[in-house]
Design a protein around this ligand. Structure first.
Ligand code: NIG
Ligand code: FE
Length: 411
């Protein structure tokens, strides 16, 4: 049979089997094929295995890479559409102010909302495209991208519209999430429940009618939305056909993760303050914990999510960048891999599985991406490494030598 291209390398890391989330000890197995090959036809992987086997079945142009081939990274949590800069807050934090103090004083998310509202569609599209291209250059071939710096119906729709245009234009795969309940805008100061009414009664139906967003998310946190408000928002999203995710237990434990699990959320994210008694609810519901160690790191927090406990409780962990203007300004999932090892205590193998198979499942895309297996989208990275376990170890630099999206090499 004939393939469009056959990628060959001394080490092919399949991450297979990827058809189900990998919990607990199953996160440690990467599936490494020595002298391997990946045959690709019409954007889809048709065969993976030792070169001798793949080349016996498939003919076609071959590309030899000297290092490792791995599945494209799947970032299940990012906020890349925003205007302005919060570099002044970065400096304030370096001098001791906390993220929450800045938020309570009217900075934080609200300052980005103001800058984003003022930006033209062309400006937002350009700056977001540039950030998404940077994600792609660092190996993210599928990304979940959230709205939430608009906080009015028209702005949230405008931002989702920009994401939708970029989804059609860029080679990477984007999954859109509506997060209108990200903060209470200043025009609703002192009228928080009216804002929740607006989200539930007007924004969610309008977003559903627009048809671009696949997920709904809410910031369930002290200073943002209460457990009950978050439940209302998520229920409205669910009623309108959106699948659910949540920002929960990021700075305090309110019980948002457990509540989201009860509502059937695909993921519960951040979780720095998730207590062990909430683990079972996530496991039983199949809600995947998404850890964002970059946020704790960037905010100088001592608290990181209880990753080892969750793995011991036999849950499948995913990791995300949480790329955003305020709490984690890094597009790099490679940085997330390093921080998962250094700060969450994952092994390199577990971190890589968390950023591929498990993150794909947290987006409902586990049958399409996350592993190198026949039938999956041909999103493949070639790494400048002899041993894939060195990926998180060699931190803060880009080790991606080539990115293939649907079988096409970029750049
Ligand atoms: O995931 N927690 C809420 N949202 C973002 C921060 C957004 C911002 O500070 O602009 C987060 O950390
Ligand atoms: Fe976030």
């Amino acid at each position: 049979m004939v393939a469009d291209v056959i990628l060959c390398a001394p080490q092919v890391v399949t991450c297979a089997p990827g058809n189900a989330p990998r919990p607990g000890s199953q996160m440690g197995q990467l599936g490494v094929v020595a002298q391997g090959a990946v045959a690709i036809s019409q954007g889809t992987i048709v065969k993976v295995g030792p070169q001798s086997e793949v080349l016996a079945h498939y003919q076609g142009p071959r590309r030899y890479h000297p290092g490792c081939l791995v599945p494209g990274l799947v970032d299940p949590h990012s906020h890349p559409l925003f205007g302005g800069s919060r570099v002044h807050e970065f400096q304030m934090r370096a001098q001791g102010a906390t993220y929450q103090e800045i938020h309570a004083a009217g900075g934080g998310i609200w300052s980005t909302v103001q800058a984003t509202r003022q930006a033209s569609e062309a400006q937002l599209k350009d700056s977001t495209a540039q950030r998404l291209r940077r994600m792609l250059a660092h190996g993210t071939t599928t990304a979940e991208v959230k709205s939430g710096y608009g906080l009015s119906t028209a702005e949230e729709l405008r931002h989702l519209g920009v994401y939708q245009q970029l989804k059609e234009e860029l080679p990477m795969q984007l999954v859109l999430t509506f997060m209108g309940a990200h903060a209470v805008p200043q025009e609703f100061a002192g009228r928080q429940s009216d804002f929740v009414d607006l989200v539930v009664d007007e924004m969610v139906p309008a977003v559903a009618a627009q048809g671009f967003a696949q997920f709904g998310d809410v910031f369930c946190e002290q200073g943002a939305f209460t457990l009950e408000e978050s439940r209302r928002v998520l229920l409205a999203c669910r009623e309108h056909g959106l699948r659910l995710r949540i920002h929960a237990e990021e700075f305090t434990h309110l019980g948002g993760a457990r509540m989201a699990a009860e509502l059937g959320a695909l993921s519960a994210d951040h979780l720095q303050f998730l207590p062990p008694e909430d683990f079972a609810a996530l496991r039983q519901a199949g809600t995947i914990p998404v850890m964002t160690a970059g946020t704790s790191f960037f905010l100088g927090m001592s608290q990181f999510a209880p990753a080892r406990g969750l793995i011991e409780a036999n849950l499948p962990l995913a990791i995300g960048s949480d790329f955003n203007a305020g709490s984690c300004l890094s597009e790099s999932m490679q940085m997330a891999l390093s921080l998962a090892v250094l700060k969450l205590g994952l092994s390199p193998e577990e971190a890589i599985l968390a950023a591929t198979v498990n993150s794909a499942h947290s987006l409902g895309l586990g049958q399409q991406v996350g592993s190198l297996e026949a039938g999956k989208r041909a999103d493949v990275l070639a790494l400048d490494l002899q041993d894939v376990r060195e990926w998180p170890y060699h931190y803060g630099v880009n080790l991606v030598e080539a990115v293939y999206c649907k079988g096409v090499r970029l750049g």
